[in-house]
Design a protein around this ligand. Structure first.
Ligand code: HEM
Length: 143
């Protein structure tokens, strides 16, 4: 139960939030983040959360109840693995802050559309960050 819903919440929702953040970061701020640091952030977080939550499948199947502050020693091994994973995940969170800080300190100017021809929605047609009121005239669509 705990394993399953953390996969939904943490790997599903949280990774989706990160994906959106990285996709629109340059549009929101006008600055590029460091891609290597961002890729490192992904992998550290990915390893951390999987190491945290995958062992919880085994704990749940072995009968560990929810909402306990203490548990029999039989559950200690996988809980230790999960704890190590959570520290790795925490390191990923620190690196995420570093990615943001680095981008604001180094201030690499972002182009209007850093993603190329695959990014076809309207926000990529204006400067990064977008000007006030975004469009002076209503944009025209062609099918
Ligand atoms: C590194 C990140 C996280 C760790 C280490 C973690 C760890 C845990 C653990 C061990 C429990 C079980 C507590 C118990 O049954 O005694 C739990 C419960 C829970 N977690 Fe997480 N979690 C993390 C991230 C998240 C995220 C991102 C969400 C939501 C978006 C979330 C939502 C919940 C909820 C709703 C419960 C159930 C609380 C309850 O039983 O009353 N967790 N978490």
């Amino acid at each position: 139960m705990i394993a399953h819903f953390h996969y939904v919440l943490s790997l599903g929702a949280v990774f989706g939030l990160f994906a959106g953040f990285y996709y629109w970061f340059s549009k929101m701020t006008g600055f590029e983040y460091n891609r290597s640091l961002a890729v490192l952030h992904f992998w550290i977080t990915f390893v951390g959360v999987n190491l945290t939550f995958f062992p919880m499948h085994f704990l749940g199947l072995a009968g560990m109840p929810r909402r306990y502050i203490d548990y029999p020693d039989a559950f200690a091994g996988w809980n230790m693995v999960a704890s190590i994973g959570s520290y790795i995940g925490a390191a990923g969170a620190v690196l995420f802050l570093i990615v943001i800080l680095e981008a604001f300190i180094v201030r690499r100017r972002a182009a209007a559309n850093p993603w190329g021809e695959g990014a076809t929605t309207l926000e990529w047609t204006v400067a990064s960050p977008p000007p006030y009121h975004t469009f002076d005239e209503l944009p025209k669509f062609k099918s």
